[in-house]
Design a protein around this ligand. Structure first.
Ligand SMILES: Cc1ncc(COP(=O)(O)O)c(C=O)c1O
Length: 477
């Protein structure tokens, strides 16, 4: 089937992209299944392996739908089923799908140029975005480095920290997720199975500290703030740690919100021990968690901030923003100097950190439109207020008999923790798909992670809470 033959986004009146689910058949329908069959023989085998493992766990196969089109908060599969999107492209669809301002800006930039020349000859789009991002940093004089993925941005931060401190050590946290490139992978604390097969390629200079949790809604399960900060302090006092790498709220770890004062406490330790604080705001940032930068909102101005996911509004781009004094290390690195002979082998001074598409004009133009849309439409405030209201509505709906142990998060980054482990979490993900809702799971599979577009219509949120409560009452382990 050619792309032009794909079914168009259905428009049945009402605000585009703000429609309730509408299933023509139980998903996945025959078109999705046929296309999926084609993928199975050629996709990297781990997708089949994961599906088989999940089928084993659940006791039934859970084949995916194949996405055809999307608009606003609605996603349509190849069979014409309409879903409401609480996964939003792993949280990246901050302003929904097919946002008009982003699309028009992309069209304009397509007419102008799709290529720049990276770090050699920049485009005006790249310059415009660099200025905007530098201004987003809470202190003047910030500098910006671009990448294509969140993983790239973390890589840039790790390299910067090494150049700036001369210390290879990184303190990361249990439960963390920073991307799967071999730089960031070394800092992944979520589950060892991500790291272990590749351990020989990963830096051995990473230590992990416990990431403290705020208590659940019933007051159970909270960690001591003092204990967590003591572990950070102990590591930083060794003098081996160049940077503490932290998610202000752990996303893939299961929307784990730390106790109040955690980030500010880590900031204080970093300042006292001369350690850099790197905030991974790839998930939390740009309004997702109800703040432009969650770290700053929580009282910790980081030395380096990583952004990604929603930044390019669907076009891959990420950025590492840093204090001017820290980024200066790219001019005058601290620590191991390049041996003189090697310097002389590179007489024309090439950029030592770049890539073909870094700062690509299409992505930069889209990112400018994204920032305009998020800030101009006050979506950060909307996420904070409507997200809190949605969390409250969920918490009220998911009461007795639902076996939901917690509803937590900030803004439109919400975790619903269920009893029954991954089996029940994945079971609910399946049940929700059958009702026309896309959600993901995090943590150990026992947390539904809800990250709808920041501009999702309120009516959709109310309906979702009721449906989830009904399903949670029915779903056995
Ligand atoms: C907090 C955080 N950091 C980094 C990443 C990696 O981003 P990417 O998948 O774009 O490499 C993710 C991805 O989910 C993330 O949630």
């Amino acid at each position: 089937m050619a792309l032009s033959e794909l079914p168009p986004a259905l428009d049945e009146g009402g605000e585009p992209g703000a429609e309730m689910p509408m299933l023509r058949m139980p998903p996945p329908g025959p078109m999705s299944r046929a296309w999926l069959g084609r993928l199975q023989g050629v996709d990297a085998p781990w997708t089949d392996a994961r599906r088989a493992r999940r089928a084993n766990l659940l006791g039934f196969d859970q084949p995916p739908i194949v996405i055809a089109t999307a608009k606003g908060a609605n996603v349509f599969d190849l069979d014409g089923n309409r879903f409401v999107d609480y996964a939003a492209a792993f949280g990246a669809a901050l302003v929904g799908h097919g946002n008009t301002r982003v699309m028009r800006t992309l069209e304009m930039q397509l007419e102008r140029t799709m290529f720049g020349l990276g770090d050699v000859y920049p485009t005006d789009a790249k310059i415009g975005l660099t200025e905007r991002l530098a201004r987003l940093f809470p202190e003047p004089g910030a500098r910006v480095m671009f990448g294509l993925s969140g993983s790239d941005a973390i890589d840039a931060a790790m390299k910067t920290a090494l150049l700036a401190t001369g210390r290879p050590g990184i303190l990361a946290f249990e439960g963390s997720y920073h991307g799967l490139g071999t730089g960031p992978l070394a800092t992944l604390g979520l589950r060892p199975e991500f790291r272990l097969p590749f351990a020989p390629h990963l830096t051995p200079h990473v230590r992990f500290a416990p990431y403290p949790r705020a208590p659940r809604r019933d007051g159970t399960g909270g960690d001591s703030l003092d204990g967590a900060l003591a572990a950070v302090d102990d590591a930083c006092k060794t003098g081996e740690i160049g940077a503490v790498l932290v998610e202000p709220i752990q996303g893939r770890g299961g929307v784990v919100v730390p106790p109040e004062g955690f980030l500010a406490g880590v900031r204080e330790i970093c300042t006292r021990t001369g350690t850099l604080l790197v905030a991974d705001e790839i998930w939390t940032g740009l309004g997702r968690s109800g703040a432009l930068l969650r770290s700053v909102e929580d009282g910790a101005v980081p030395d380096l901030v990583c952004l990604g996911k929603g930044l390019g509004g669907g076009v891959p781009i990420s950025a590492c923003l840093g204090k001017g004094s820290v980024m200066d290390a790219w001019r005058t690195p601290k620590g191991r100097a390049v041996p003189r002979e090697e310097q002389e082998e590179q007489p024309h001074g090439e950029a030592i950190h770049t890539s073909t598409y870094a700062g690509n004009p299409l992505a930069c133009a889209a990112a400018i439109a994204m920032l305009d849309t998020i800030i101009g439409n006050k979506l950060v405030q909307r996420a904070r207020d409507e997200g809190a209201a949605f969390r409250d509505a969920l918490s009220a709906a998911l009461g007795d008999g639902t076996r939901v142990t917690d509803v937590r998060g900030r803004g439109f980054m919400i975790g619903v923790e269920v009893e029954g482990g991954a089996r029940r979490g994945l079971g609910l993900m399946h049940d929700l798909l059958q009702k026309g809702y896309l959600v993901l799971t995090g943590g150990r599979g026992d947390v539904l992670t809800l990250t709808p577009p920041l501009n999702i219509a309120k009516g959709l949120l109310d309906a979702f809470a009721e449906t989830l409560a009904e399903l949670a009452r029915l779903r056995e382990p």
